[in-house]
Each structure stands twice: as structure tokens, then as C-alpha cells.
Design a protein around this ligand. Structure first.
Ligand SMILES: Cc1ncc(COP(=O)(O)O)c(C=O)c1O
Length: 208
């Protein structure tokens, strides 16, 4: 049985048109339609290629299997008719799933990712090539050559980045911010907005 993780279905379809000769003349939407025709079902986190802020779904052809999934959902999520998603959110998903395959929308994402990839390469940071459409992947194996693959350099890199980012975040009081801006005027580490989370010392505000 083939189930697609459809979270990035449009971007994947777009990459297929770019990298696979047999699909070069097809649109991303046509490629996606072909993939879904072959599948028995899919699971979708709509926050990605549904271009919505919340929601997702399981889709499948087999109605008996769907009934079994609904029974399990009662234990894990609640009764489906309780309305986990408001009608407004369902409307947004329906719209997003169509708009996401628009070539101009995909091109904008691809351009943003390749711009970021260029800046990252110029900074001497190894990435997995080629970059994706929605993300870059740091090449942890090359960035941390002293950590063997079986010791998971990717996890080490992620943990270290999160820990550094978290300590930088708590240090972003306005006074330290001003000091940083003075010492590094060309790239101030300035939070672009302050949200309501509270730092350990009681100050509100987090950089987003
Ligand atoms: C391909 C893919 N599938 C599934 C998920 C999980 O989505 P969620 O955060 O809604 O659980 C993600 C999240 O990044 C994803 O990239």
C-alpha cells in the first residue's frame, strides 16, 4: 500500500519537473496529480504545502480503512464531527492546495531558497546540494568532521544551534542589543519583533 507524505507535495513535484527529463514538459500540478493517482492515500500536514497556519488530514481510497482510522482518531484526537478544524480553516486548505502549485508561487520559493543557498555558500558553510525549495540542509558531516556518522553529527549540530540560539535569545535585553549594534553596525542582531514570551529573568520579549 502506498501512502504519500503530502506535506511538500507541490515542491516535490516542482523538483521532479526540474531534475527528471521525462517530466520536464509537465507542470508541477500535473506531476502531483500523477503521483496522487498512483497512491492509496496520503497524510498531509497542511501547514506546509496547504499554505495555512493550522490543519492537516488523512486521505485514503479504501472506505473500510477510513472507518478504522476514524475509530482510532476517537482515542487520539476526538470524534471527527467535533470539528477539530473550523469551516474557515477547511476553506483555506482547499484554496491553498490549489494555489500552491501555481508556477509563480513555486518560483518565488525556489528563488528565495537559492538566494539563501548562495549566501550560505559564500559564508563558507557546507550545505547539502542541491538546496530544496523550502529549506536548506546544513551538511553536518562536513561541518563537524570530528563526529563520526554513527554518532549523529546532525543531531549534535541541531542541539548545539538550539542551545546557542536560546542563550542568545535570553541575552537580548535592549541594553545588550544597543551594545551589539554599536560593535557590529553592519549586521545588527536586532529582533524584528517582540512577542509575549517571558525570559527567565522576568523580562518579556523574544526575538522572532
Ligand atoms: C515532510 C513532512 N512531513 C510531516 C511533517 C510533520 O508535520 P507537523 O509539524 O504538522 O506534525 C513535516 C514537518 O516539518 C514535514 O516536513
Amino acid at each position: 500500500m502506498l501512502f504519500l507524505d503530502a506535506a511538500r507535495f507541490a515542491e516535490n513535484a516542482c523538483l521532479v519537473t526540474q531534475h527528471e527529463a521525462a517530466y520536464r514538459d509537465m507542470s508541477p500540478r500535473q506531476v502531483a496529480e500523477q503521483a496522487f493517482r498512483m497512491a492509496d492515500g496520503c497524510l498531509m500536514s497542511a501547514k506546509k504545502d496547504g499554505i495555512v497556519h493550522i490543519g492537516g488530514f488523512l486521505g485514503m481510497r479504501d472506505s473500510t480503512l477510513a472507518e478504522r482510522c476514524e475509530l482510532l482518531l476517537i482515542a487520539t484526537e476526538g470524534i471527527p464531527t467535533y470539528g477539530g478544524l473550523a469551516g474557515r480553516d477547511l476553506d483555506m486548505i482547499a484554496r491553498g492546495l490549489t494555489e500552491v502549485t501555481e508556477p509563480c508561487s513555486l518560483r518565488a520559493r525556489a528563488d528565495a531558497a537559492s538566494h539563501l543557498a548562495r549566501l550560505t555558500r559564500e559564508a563558507g558553510i557546507a550545505i547539502v546540494e542541491p538546496p530544496g525549495l523550502h529549506a536548506l540542509y546544513l551538511n553536518a558531516g562536513r561541518l563537524l568532521p570530528h563526529i563520526a556518522a554513527h554518532r549523529f553529527p546532525g543531531h549534535a549540530l541541531a542541539s548545539s544551534s538550539i542551545s546557542k540560539a536560546a542563550s542568545a535569545r535570553w541575552n537580548w535585553a535592549p541594553s545588550t542589543l544597543a551594545a551589539r549594534t554599536r560593535t557590529a553596525p553592519r549586521s545588527p542582531q536586532r529582533p524584528t519583533s517582540w512577542s509575549g514570551s517571558r525570559s527567565p529573568d522576568g523580562r518579556t520579549g523574544s526575538a522572532t
